[in-house]
Design a protein around this ligand. Structure first.
Ligand code: SAM
Length: 232
């Protein structure tokens, strides 16, 4: 399922660092649910402030099955209904939108080709959604995290305001991560380099080329993906 800022392509690398099959994984910024299926923990607890997203995962746990295909005409009709609270609305708003940006415009794919995996909820994800202990709709700071858990955080990028969940305070977030590490949790954080505090160290990084745009025909822009760990 497309999800803006989602870690689908990096999940395999991140899972190797987290360690497969760990006893408890907590994901306070679950977004498109890419990390749990890659880590395959014994127990998983997921949360996000996005009400519709958590409602959709709970609906799947209750037996709802997302569509395998969705046409552009249906996409626009559904968007116009403003039936925001339904799991179908949330699913289509991300999975069928360009770049996984909520209602960011229909993601077109080649004519004649069936809906790509990114626009569907793949079976292995459905399986792990059903195995997840809880999906909670709340701010990360209101989660009760058992001491000793592994906490993987993928918060909104600094300076990016494209999420509809509002502004994100990096200072409050860093303090909270340090607190969880002091409580005996292993805390891993994606991306948060600009503010890389003393206590945090880079445990994995990968530089990749990003797609050329018409505005930058002669450059090959790159982006460094990072995973940081809070030292205990
Ligand atoms: C970068 S995305 C996570 C992407 C996810 N790792 C994936 O692979 O799809 C960040 C997520 O944080 C959520 N979010 C933003 N502010 C939050 C907060 N204060 N507490 C919990 N979740 C929050 C957003 O709704 C969004 O789903």
């Amino acid at each position: 399922m497309w999800y803006m800022g989602g870690k689908a392509r990096l999940a395999k690398h991140i899972a190797e660092i987290i360690g497969p099959g760990i006893p408890l994984l907590v994901e306070p910024f679950v977004g498109g649910f890419n990390i749990v299926p890659a880590v395959r923990p014994q127990r998983a607890i997921c949360a996000d402030v996005h009400v519709g997203l958590i409602g959709m995962y709970r609906a799947i746990q209750a037996g709802w099955i997302p569509p395998q295909e969705y046409s552009e005409a249906k996409y626009h009709r559904l968007q116009a209904t403003k039936a925001w609270a339904t799991p179908l609305h949330t699913f289509v708003s991300f999975a069928c939108s360009f770049g996984g940006k909520e209602w960011g415009g229909f993601a077109r794919y080649k004519k004649g080709c069936s809906c790509p995996e990114q626009c569907r909820m793949p079976e292995h994800k459905m399986l792990w959604i059903n195995r997840t202990e809880e999906f909670l709709c709340r701010d990360y700071s209101n989660l009760a995290i058992p001491s000793g858990a592994t906490v993987y955080c993928d918060p909104p990028y600094q300076g990016v305001t494209a999420y509809k969940t509002g502004a994100f305070d990096p200072v409050r977030f860093v303090a909270w991560c340090n607190q969880q590490a002091d409580r005996g949790c292993r805390v891993l954080v994606s991306e948060f380099i600009n503010l890389c505090p003393d206590r945090w160290r880079i445990v994995w990084q990968k530089t990749r080329k990003i797609q050329l745009t018409e505005q930058q025909p002669n450059t090959v822009p790159t982006k460094t993906e990072l995973l940081l760990e809070v030292q205990r």
